[in-house]
Design a protein. Structure first.
Length: 105
């Protein structure tokens, strides 16, 4: 299919927030390990872009959002056929208010 994985600004900002939080609350090592795990969870998604489940909370959006799970995080993405890439749109902590997932663009 020849897709590439592209992280949108909101998803990158969420990774930075997660790193900042855990580097203070736990340690930089814990924060780095968590971020690496989240990013690594997307490895291979370009070969099987429909591997993630459809995110029902975002059914009202124009795009079909899917997600992968790493620990208690949903890695929300969609397949952008126009740009031939998979766009990681959000990294959502499932311990939050579920309505916050609607921040996904």
């Amino acid at each position: 299919m020849g897709l590439e994985v592209y992280w949108l600004e909101l998803a990158e900002n969420k990774l930075e927030d997660i790193y900042s939080y855990y580097s203070v609350k736990a340690s930089k090592r814990v924060a780095e390990k968590l971020i690496t795990g989240i990013v690594d969870a997307t490895i291979g998604i370009e070969k099987q872009p429909e591997i993630g489940q459809i995110e029902v909370a975002l059914k009202h959006k124009e795009q079909e959002f899917r997600y992968l799970v790493f620990k208690n995080y949903k890695i929300v993405y969609w397949i952008n056929d126009n740009f031939k890439r998979i766009e990681i749109a959000n990294v959502f902590d499932t311990r939050q208010d579920p309505e916050k997932i609607n921040e996904t663009k």
